[in-house]
Design a protein around this ligand. Structure first.
Ligand code: PEP
Ligand code: MN
Length: 363
C-alpha cells in the first residue's frame, strides 16, 4: 500500500503517518518527490485498512501498489531518482551520464594509479575495481582483499574519483562499506537475499547487477530487497545474460534499459565489458547503451590488458577509452544528456565553462 500525501503536506504530517504505520507493526518508507511525498507501507500481510489513514491530516489518498516490487516502482515515485554524493559533483541518474571506469581487479598500487590517471583525464567520475573477485575457478586470482580496498581509497584521495567495488559476502561487505562509495552486488549474487538485505542496511549506495538468467521482474525484486531495508540509494546495471549466442561472452540486453525505466524510478547503467567479453565490441555497445537511454556506463580499462590478472580480453587500452569517451560525448546531447568535462588545466583568466573540450569524431 501507498499513502499519497497532499502536495502541501507538512513534515509533521508525514511523520505522523509514518508513526502510525510503525505503530501498526509495519514499515514506513517516505519517498519525497517533486510534487508530493508518498509513503510506502511494507511488512503488512493483508490489506491495510484505508480508513485508518485517509482521515489523517495531509493525506491525499491510499493506493494499492499492484506490482510485487513496491519501493522500486514508479507508482511510489514518478520522477527519476538521482543519487548524489555530498561534497562532489558526481551524480547517477541525473542529466549527466555516470561514467565508471577502471580495471576488472585491483592488482597493485602502480596498476590502479596508472589506470586511474588515464580514466580521470578522459572524464570518468567513478573508479571501478575488484578487491574481491567471484571467479569461476578457485585457482584464479581472487583479488587483493582489504589491501585492494586500501589502494582504491588512495585512488579516491588522489584523483577525487568515487569508488565502486564488489562485496561478495557479509564479511567483505563490512570492509567495502568502510572504504568505498558504492557497493557492487555482482551478477552471481543478485539472488543472494541475505546479502541484498545486508546491503539494504549499508549507509552508502548499492549497485545491483542483473543475474545471468534474471527476468526483469527478478532484477527489480533484487533492488526491492535492498530498498526494503531502508537504503533507497540503489542503481541497477545490465551486464549481459546467458543465451545460445556464442559470438560474445554474454548477450547484452539493451532492451532492458527502457523496460526498467518504464517501471522503475531507479537509475540503470550498462556494463558492455562483461556484456560482450570482447574488447572490440565494448565501444560499439557503449554507443548503443547511451543511445538507448542508459544513465551511464561501467567500463573495464587496463594499462596493460595482456598482463591483466582478470578479464584482460575485454579490458580497453586507455587510448581506446579516450576514443570511447569522445564518441559518447557526441551521442549524449542527442539523447539530452551531458558528460562531465575532461579534467584539463584551466588557463588563468578563464572559467571552466570557457575551456573548449576537443573531441575526435566518431568512426
Ligand atoms: C565485474 O564487474 O568484474 C564482474 C565480475 O561483474 P559481474 O558480476 O557482472 O560478472
Ligand atoms: Mn570483470
Amino acid at each position: 500500500m501507498l499513502v499519497v500525501m497532499q502536495a502541501h503536506a507538512t513534515e509533521e504530517q508525514v511523520k505522523a503517518v509514518c508513526e502510525k504505520i510503525q505503530a501498526l507493526g509495519y514499515r514506513a518508507h517516505a519517498m519525497p518527490g517533486a510534487e508530493r511525498t508518498a509513503i510506502g507501507i511494507t511488512g503488512n500481510k493483508g490489506e491495510v485498512e484505508a480508513g485508518t489513514f485517509e482521515e489523517m491530516p495531509g493525506v491525499h489518498e491510499l493506493i494499492r501498489v499492484t506490482k510485487p516490487y513496491k519501493l522500486v516502482s514508479r507508482e511510489i515515485r514518478q520522477e527519476n531518482s538521482v543519487i548524489s554524493f555530498p561534497g562532489s559533483d558526481a551524480t547517477i541518474g541525473g542529466k549527466a551520464l555516470a561514467i565508471m571506469a577502471g580495471p576488472c581487479s585491483i592488482e597493485s598500487r602502480e596498476q590502479a594509479f596508472a589506470v586511474a590517471e588515464r580514466v580521470t583525464q578522459a572524464g570518468a567520475r567513478f573508479f571501478r575495481g575488484g578487491a574481491y573477485k567471484p571467479r569461476t575457478s578457485p585457482y584464479s586470482f581472487q583479488g587483493l582483499g582489504e589491501e585492494g580496498l586500501r589502494i582504491m581509497a588512495e585512488v579516491r584521495d588522489h584523483f577525487g574519483l568515487k569508488i565502486i567495488t564488489e562485496a561478495i559476502d557479509h564479511e567483505s561487505m563490512d570492509l567495502v562499506e568502510k572504504y568505498a562509495d558504492i557497493i557492487q552486488i555482482g551478477a552471481r549474487n543478485m539472488q543472494n537475499y541475505s546479502l541484498l538485505k545486508r546491503a539494504g542496511r549499508a549507509k552508502i549506495p548499492v549497485m545491483v547487477k542483473r543475474g545471468m538468467s534474471a527476468t526483469l521482474e527478478e532484477f527489480l525484486m533484487a533492488a526491492e530487497y535492498v530498498m526494503s531495508e531502508g537504503n533507497y540509494r540503489v542503481l541497477l546495471c545490465e551486464r549481459g545474460i546467458r543465451t545460445f549466442a556464442d559470438h560474445t561472452r554474454n548477450t547484452l540486453d539493451l532492451s532492458v534499459v527502457p523496460a526498467v525505466q518504464r517501471l522503475s524510478h531507479l537509475p540503470i547503467i550498462v556494463d558492455p565489458s562483461q556484456g560482450t567479453g570482447k574488447r572490440n565490441k565494448v565501444t560499439p555497445l557503449s554507443r548503443a547503451a547511451i543511445a538507448v537511454g542508459a544513465d551511464g556506463l561501467i567500463i573495464e580499462v587496463h594499462h596493460q590488458p595482456d598482463k591483466a590478472l582478470s578479464d584482460g580480453m575485454q579490458s580497453l587500452y586507455p587510448e581506446q577509452f579516450d576514443e570511447l569517451m569522445a564518441q559518447v560525448r557526441q551521442i549524449a546531447p542527442v539523447v539530452g544528456r551531458t558528460v562531465s568535462g575532461i579534467k584539463t588545466q584551466i588557463p588563468a583568466g578563464l572559467s571552466a565553462d570557457e575551456v573548449v573540450v576537443h573531441t575526435t569524431p566518431a568512426r
